[in-house]
Design a binder for this molecule. Sequence first.
Ligand code: PLP
Length: 470
Amino acid sequence: MRTIQNQAAENLILRQKQYLETLIERYNQRTKTSKQIAQTYRQFLADNKSFVNFNLTLKEVFYPIVAKSSLGSKIWDVDGNEYIDFIMGFGINLFGHNPQFIKEALIAQLEQGIQIGPQAEFIGEVAKLIYEFTGMERVAFSNTGTEAVMTAIRLARTATGRSKIALFSDSYHGHYDGTLAQVKMINGNLQTVPIAPGILQNFVEDVLVLNYGNPQSLELIKHHAQELAAVLVEPVQTRRLDLQPQVLLQELKQLTKESGIILIFDEMVTGFRIHPGGAQAWFGVEADIATYGKIVGGGMPIGIIAGKANYMDGIDGGMWNYGDTSYPQGKTTFFAGTFCKHPLAIAAAKAVLQHLKTQGVTLQEKLNQKTLQFIETLNTYFKKEELPIQMVNFGSVFGSAFSKSDEAAEDSQPSIVFDLLYYHLLDRGIMLRGQGGFLSTAHTDEDIRRVIWAVQDSVEEVRKAGFLPH
Ligand SMILES: Cc1ncc(COP(=O)(O)O)c(C=O)c1O
C-alpha cells in the first residue's frame, strides 16, 4: 500500500488514472457552485481552512464545500446537496445543528439587544453552572479556546512566579505563540523550536515539549520541577485518540501537587462531552485550572478559564464583600477582551448548561455507547476485508488510528488513500473531519447505517481502482 501511496501522479497506473478522472468529474459536477466560489474569491480571500492537505493529484477537488443551511445531523450546500455532518463545528455541536432550545435563547437575546460594556445578564448564573458541572471554584470568560489557554498559562506564571511550562507533543492548544513549540534534532542536539515561521524563538524558550504516554516525561518534569509554572495537558489528544493514559494523568497530578506546579487540563474537546464533568471526572483527576470552549458556547464563540479560587484570583484580586473592610488583595495579572462575556455567547451557554443539567449523565453515556458501536462495526468490516485501517474513539470523538507520527516516520506525503476515501464519502453525502469526526445527539441510527454503507461502498471503489490491496 505504501508504494502505491508514494507514487507521483504521472506514475499512476491507467486504471487509477481513469478512476481519478471519473471521481473528479462527478464530484466537480455535484459541487460546482462551491468550486466556483473558491476560484472567484481566492484572489481576495486568504484561507487555509481545508479538511485534507493540498495534494497535486487531487487539486481539482481541493475546495471547501460551501454550506447554505443546517439542521440536526444534516448540512445542505449551495448546490442543494445534503450531507450527514460529522465535523459538527469541530466538536461544538453536541446537540446537532440549530437545536430549538439554543435558537430560542439566541432569538430572545437578540430581541433584548447585544449590549457590551455593562454586565451580561446571565453571566453569574453561567459561572455558577460551570462550577456545578466541573467543581472548578471560579470562572472567567474569553472568546476562544486559544485565549483561554493563553490566560491559564499567564495565571499559572503569576501564581508561581516561575517561567517554564511543560506540554506534550501531538497535543493541540490553539494558536497562541507560547504553545506553538516542537522538539527538533539540530546539530545532534534536541532543541525546542517554533512550529512555523513568524513565531519567535523567545516565545517557546520556556516551553518543555514532552512525549505523551511516556513515563520518562515524568522524570523530565521532576528534573525541571523548580522552574515549572505549569504542566498543560490535553487529556486525550484529538490526534491520538487511542492514547487514554489514566495512570499517567494520576501520576502527573501527584507530581505537580508535590512540586507546586499548576496542572492545567485543556478540556476544549473533552469538556461536557466525555462526561458532564469532562475528562477530570472521567479519569478521576482534578486539575488546578481547566480551559473549556466549543460545546458550552452552543455555536457562539467562547472560551472559559476555570480553576481553584487562589489561581483564578489572578484575574480580579479575589473574593471580597460589601459592608465590611474586605477588598481584593490577590496579586493580579493582565486580562482583557472587547468581546468577552458577549451576551449572545452567554445566553447560548446558559441554554446549553441548563439542557445538560436536565438531561443528566445519560446523555453522554448513550452517545459514547453509540459511537463505540459505530466504530466497532467499521473495524469488524475493515478486519474482515483485511484492510490496513483501524478506527478509534474517545467517547463521541472518533478518528483513524493512522497517527500523525506513523505518517511522519514513514512518509512525508499524507496518504492519498485517506484523501480519496474522504472525497468519496463527500460524494456520497458524508462530511467527515479528515479521517474522523464527532457524533452528536442528533445523529440517528439511520445516519449511522448510511455512513457505514457509504464507507463500505467507498472502500470497494478505491480498492477496485487499485489504491488498496485486494
Ligand atoms: C484541545 C484544544 N485546545 C484549544 C483549542 C483552541 O480553541 P479555539 O479554536 O477556540 O481557539 C482547540 C481547538 O480545536 C482544541 O481542540
